[in-house]
Write a protein that binds this ligand. Sequence first.
Ligand code: 13P
Length: 248
Amino acid sequence: MSKRRRLVVANWKMYGRLTSGLVLARDIAEKAEAARPLNFDVVLCPPATLTWACSDALMGTPVMLGGQDCHTATHGAYTGDISAAMFADLGCRFVIVGHSERRHGHGEPSELIAQKVEAAQLAGLTAILCVGETAAELESGSASEIIEKQLKDSLPQNVKMANLVVAYEPVWAIGTGQQPSPEDVAAVHRTIRKALGEIGPSVRVLYGGSVNPGNAGALLAQEEIDGVLVGSASLNADGFWAIAEKCQ
Ligand code: 13P
């Protein structure tokens, strides 16, 4: 069992329309309500368009809300962007930053992500910072160094460890059905915690990448794994809750 309170995060990515998203949020909240008191944390990160509606639907339930990405500034002439303060206004407590779909899909470097972590923390949000190697980096044997460098370069100088969660998401495991073994994940988590230095022990380190109800138990049997960041399996309330229950 992990020494830290476990955390399960749903990353809906660009899925969910107003009606379907609200039904899903309510179904998950209902399951969380029925399971009260929870001894782990649950966070939903819907697409930005659903944040306000989900905030209303989740109010008073144990399920917390998060954004999927934020800008580095509090406000400004940035067409299409959303600031961390805006997410905080809508009741968000978390925001994902540095997801590989941002790093690779939008060419975001670690230095920019560090500014996003800082912006999130300044807005009072907990940053869920994602790191992870590509298949080529894994094959070249440099995964550990890549992850350590990504982590160090993605942390602002004045990072608040209390408002930080790190998610290890190997790029090759996202949406592929492939995964490292739970023991390999645990080894990477130890590397991450070591790289975080003396305040590392308080930071929750999650795993993400093809987590489903069938494999979550083995992952969460590792005490180093403080929770999971779930993509496609979080789009089904029963499946997501079956994963969440493994956090107990
Ligand atoms: P999948 O669970 O769909 O592999 O996605 C993982 C992920 O990217 C979560 O942020």
